[in-house]
Design a protein around this ligand. Structure first.
Ligand SMILES: [Zn+2]
Length: 222
């Protein structure tokens, strides 16, 4: 009789403990995620410096993308990286106040290129001639090379302009770390400390085979 009572006591304790843990995890986990997200950027004020080169994680993953594509016999060329405000202004004027076709809908400071968070790619054929044809299948595997590269990039954490509904920007890849243009204009910037810590995490992976390294990086995507 006493034994049975003890058993019941233990079972109820386990059940209550289980529910307590569930309730706690529901309340605590989103908080932790929210906190981590916030740490990816910082507010540096109205005079926040404009980055002069690609963000180090963007740069690193750009290089991984080029290597990954090369393994699939696709030759990727980077046609544009960081873009100064001045260059953006000129591009915006093209087709509006200067000659040529309209090439962008973004004014100076409105493109992720202006903050080192985007780059553009194209392909090269075996003669080194630049290819803008998104249907080109140079590695003859029955798939468009351009889309193959886009898929690889997305696995590395990039957003691809070819997925946009309003204006398809097939060469464009960006990584925003939770920032949007309004925030960047206001003076929010990528939190370099967090980025550096993320980079350090990857350093050991370079000793692994490229395949293992990519698996590891894919697990830590922003
Ligand atoms: Zn672009």
């Amino acid at each position: 009789m006493k034994n049975k009572k003890n058993q019941l006591y233990i079972i109820w304790s386990v059940v209550i403990l289980f529910f307590l843990m569930v309730i706690l995890s529901i309340n605590v986990i989103p908080d932790i995620q929210e906190e981590r997200k916030d740490k990816r950027y910082v507010y540096l004020g109205k005079d926040a410096p404009i980055p002069s080169q690609l963000n180090p994680i963007v740069e690193e993953r750009k290089n991984i993308l080029i290597n990954k594509a090369a393994n699939q016999k696709i030759d990727v060329v980077i046609t544009e990286g960081i873009r100064t405000f001045e260059k953006q202004k000129q591009l915006y004027q093209q087709g509006r106040t200067t000659t040529g076709n309209i090439v962008t809908h973004k004014k100076a400071g409105e493109s992720f290129h202006n903050y080192g968070l985007a780059f553009d790619y194209a392909l090269l054929d075996s003669n080194g001639t630049i290819i803008w044809d998104i249907d080109y299948d140079g590695n003859k595997n029955g798939e468009s090379d351009w889309f193959e590269v886009a898929d690889m990039a997305k696995k590395l954490g990039f957003d691809w302009g070819g997925d946009w509904e309003d204006f398809k920007d097939y060469p464009h890849l960006q990584m925003t770390f939770g920032l949007n243009i309004a925030m960047l204009k206001e003076g929010y910037r990528v939190n370099d400390q967090v980025v550096r810590k993320e980079l350090k995490k990857y350093i050991g992976f370079y000793e692994l085979s490229p395949k293992h390294m990519l698996n590891e990086i894919n697990r830590h995507i922003y």
